[in-house]
Design a protein around this ligand. Sequence first.
Ligand code: IFM
Length: 459
Amino acid sequence: MPELPTFPPGFVFGAATASYQIEGAVREDGRGPSIWDTYSHLPGATDRGDTGDVACDHYHRYPEDVALLRDLGVESYRFSVAWPRIQAEGSGPANPKGLDFYSRLVDSLLEAGIEPAATLYHWDLPQALEDRGGWRVRDTAERFAEYTAIVAEHLGDRVPRWITLNEPWCSAFLGYSVGRHAPGAKEGKGALAAAHHLLVGHGLAMQALRAAGAGEAGITLNLDRNLPATDSDADLAAVVRADTLHNLVWTEPILAGRYPATEEETWGELITAPDFRRDGDLELIAQPLDFLGINYYRPIVVAAAAHREPDPARRVATDNRFTETQYPNVRRTAMGWPVVPASFTDLLTTLKSAYGDALPPVYITENGSAEPDTVDPDGAVHDTDRVEYLRSHLTALRAAMDAGVDVRGYYVWSLLDNFEWALGYAKRFGIVRVDYDTLVRTPKDSYHWYRELIAAHRG
Ligand code: IFM
């Protein structure tokens, strides 16, 4: 058995989930519809027509899930608050029943000795706001700040760690350009406006959290390690465009208070004199963070390609003159993602080299793998590949820390098998299996392995 990686005292081990992926109970206690309720019910939008209507039924079974977390020994649990439970239509007075659910969840975590870490937006935008333009319009960022203030006022005294947005890249580009995530839009400028308003929403939410005296606050980005397919000039230039689209669009405004120098090369006329940017936005977006959350899963190999989209107005995320090619000779997870732990180290050390002291302490807010789990006759799930994925990525993380990156904690994705968005329930990321017929939870071997690692860390 390979050695367990070790971490400094005080390093936080956690597990993560998100509201729409696990809660279910979508029509209970005054919750309004979100864009994911609408989108997942559209014919053909998700694999096999799966929706989050029931999901893991965490809304009713959260005491059982908190018990699983307690037995796992994690110091922190990252969950997300569903905006439409707090404000059914995304504005106006708070729904007391929605607040009460998260208040009970937070209290039971604290009773179990687990620090709550709350994400304010993990993609479940109230549908009523989408009907008024969604993230394409600035009003949504302002409503997000109001919602944040409500949640922070009610939970701020008990939640020590806050994340404004989860992976805004997915919200902006998968949601408004590729059209593979809710709301399923296929636009050009709309996606760039959405990206900007998400950044503005983040800045306003940071202000609301500070005003409420909530705990430490930051944002979670899914940063990509983009590698050139060859060292040709064309592929190297394609990597710059991929970096702009995936990484710099967020890290430059947030960490350096500027828009990416490469944005015109990447988006051309779509980003020339954008009417959605206002004076003062960069200062708002670049407020100091207590931490940066990073979600990492895999590297991406990028090769130059000609435009495929004939309409220049739509060439944003889908078609920046690059294509993703296969990473050679490595194992792939059930998502088809290559397993390359060293690129996790490289992503973090490269980020540190790029931003130096402007890079705040880092939490890895997600890392994990979907695997084709099988269940033994006795109910056990021997998910050896997931264990090896976690072990090798934690080892790679430790290498980045040894190279000078200040990483304070790690959250495994995910505590439970759950609704993997457009891919529905077919992809299982959990360290706990969920039987979707009975909703019975069964810890997998990876759960037991992680438990041992945490116990060894605590000594
Ligand atoms: O399930 C998602 C999660 O919601 C956001 N980060 C990536 C995970 C795996 O695809």
